[in-house]
Write a protein that binds this ligand. Structure first.
Ligand SMILES: Cc1cc2nc3c(=O)[nH]c(=O)nc-3n(C[C@H](O)[C@H](O)[C@H](O)COP(=O)(O)OP(=O)(O)OC[C@H]3O[C@@H](n4cnc5c(N)ncnc54)[C@H](O)[C@@H]3O)c2cc1C
Length: 385
């Protein structure tokens, strides 16, 4: 039986280098993460020991140039995201937070000294970064943030609360977005400083093999050079979010692929009314719809990747892909769950875990509604936010 990618003739659309990154990511994810992912999801455990291995293999900030980063192309990065998310969205989320959010913020807006200090260590997996934008009362609308950074002598004092901050409790460095008298700016806060506390959110039923935290900044004193000098307003934070959306648009197709393969496999062996359920028209219709969703999402992701390589990727395109690829992946996972029926709600199959994870992916980096409004604004020129 051909795999979904064979039916799509995916390899014909990729270069040797891209296939190489894809194959190395697949090998890593299948050998180092897959064997323990169900236990980790159950135990709410993030395997920090893998971070250095991911760095040594070149996956951290892999799309960035210089400072120890691999300098891979956009499509190679997208393909790696697929392979990690095919195992668990939590690990693709780790790549996104470390590479697309924290490292990208430093790479785009940091001083030469900040880049030298942090990027090589983060690329090697010797330091973990987090990206603290969301607050309890301002998620979709970060302009409502209340965290402040006030000049004090030759430094700054940061005060406020952040919520849902990925990796914060294990991070060495936090990119914190705060309101100043010159507008919102990004700050590099070493997480060991007095007044910085990160507490994992323990009640998650999604993304349980990764970590998100409540963060408190209580009069955190940082030196003058902790500010990211190139950060000038919320637009700077948004440009990092766009980099992460790119990886999401690809990555979720990995979750979809795993669910589709689980459903096809099951449909061949599960019998009902004296024949495999895969020989019924209604099950084939579901499988066909799942494959169409997968193929469409892959082609859209690839289109984005080729645009990004030409530096021609528009944020509206990212909204289209983040909105549609995530909802297609959820639809595929949900149809797969139905085909697996009773067993589909158990951890004997990865489908319910993917479905639960994808609900988080649907929420972060812009909800469906926010991306819908971005697309509506692009079509009409009218903001309906
Ligand atoms: C697992 C996970 C990881 C995360 N990681 C990070 C991280 O590392 N760093 C970080 O800073 N944040 C992170 N987040 C936060 C995430 O970005 C926010 O949860 C998201 O932006 C939504 O904000 P909210 O939950 O406050 O929902 P709200 O903004 O309160 O939205 C509630 C509902 O209202 C809808 N809504 C809001 N405004 C409008 C409107 N104008 N029109 C129509 N509908 C609207 C939304 O679409 C949503 O359905 C993470 C979240 C999760 C779940």
């Amino acid at each position: 039986m051909p795999t979904p990618d064979e039916l799509l003739h995916l390899d014909d659309l990729l270069t040797d280098e891209e296939r190489g990154w894809r194959d190395r990511a697949r090998e890593f994810a299948r050998t180092r993460i897959l064997p323990t992912i169900d236990d980790d999801f159950e135990a709410k455990h993030f395997r920090t020991g893998l971070v250095a291995e991911l760095g040594a293999a070149g996956f951290l900030g892999m799309h960035l140039e210089g400072y120890g980063a691999a300098g891979a192309g956009a499509v190679s990065y997208g393909l790696a995201c697929i392979e990690f998310e095919a195992v668990d969205s939590g690990w693709r989320t780790f790549l996104s937070v470390q590479g697309s959010l924290a490292m990208t913020a430093i790479s785009l807006f940091g001083s030469e000294e900040q880049k030298q200090r942090w990027l090589p260590a983060m690329a090697a997996g010797g330091a973990v970064g987090c990206f603290a934008l969301t607050e309890a009362a301002s998620g979709s609308d970060p302009a409502g943030m209340t965290t402040t950074a006030v000049r004090d002598g030759d430094g700054w004092v940061l005060s406020g609360h952040k919520r849902w901050i990925g990796l914060a409790s294990i991070a060495d460095i936090a990119v914190v977005w705060a309101r100043t008298d010159e507008g919102v700016r990004g700050f590099l806060v070493e997480t060991g400083v007095p007044g910085f506390t990160a507490t994992p959110i323990d009640t998650k039923l999604s993304m349980r093999a990764s970590v998100q935290c409540d963060v408190v900044l209580e009069g955190v004193r940082v030196p003058a050079d902790a500010v990211l000098p190139g950060s000038t307003g919320l637009g700077s934070a948004f440009s990092c979010l766009n980099k992460a959306r790119f990886g999401i648009a690809w990555g979720v197709m990995g979750a979809a692929r795993t669910c589709l393969e689980a459903a096809v496999g099951r449909s061949l062996v599960r019998e009902s009314f004296g024949r495999p359920i895969g020989q019924t028209q209604l099950v084939q219709q579901k499988l066909a719809e799942m494959f169409v969703s997968y193929e469409r999402g892959m082609l859209l992701a690839l289109h984005l990747g080729r645009l990004e390589e030409r530096h021609a990727l528009d944020p509206v395109q990212l909204s289209v892909a983040k909105l549609d690829n995530v909802r297609q992946a959820i639809s595929v996972a949900s149809l797969a769950r139905g085909i697996l029926a009773g067993d589909g709600v158990t951890s004997e199959f990865p489908v319910m875990r993917h479905l639960a994870n994808l609900e988080s992916v649907r929420t972060y980096e812009g909800t469906d509604e926010i991306h819908t409004l971005v697309i509506g604004r692009a079509l009409t020129g009218l903001s309906a936010f």
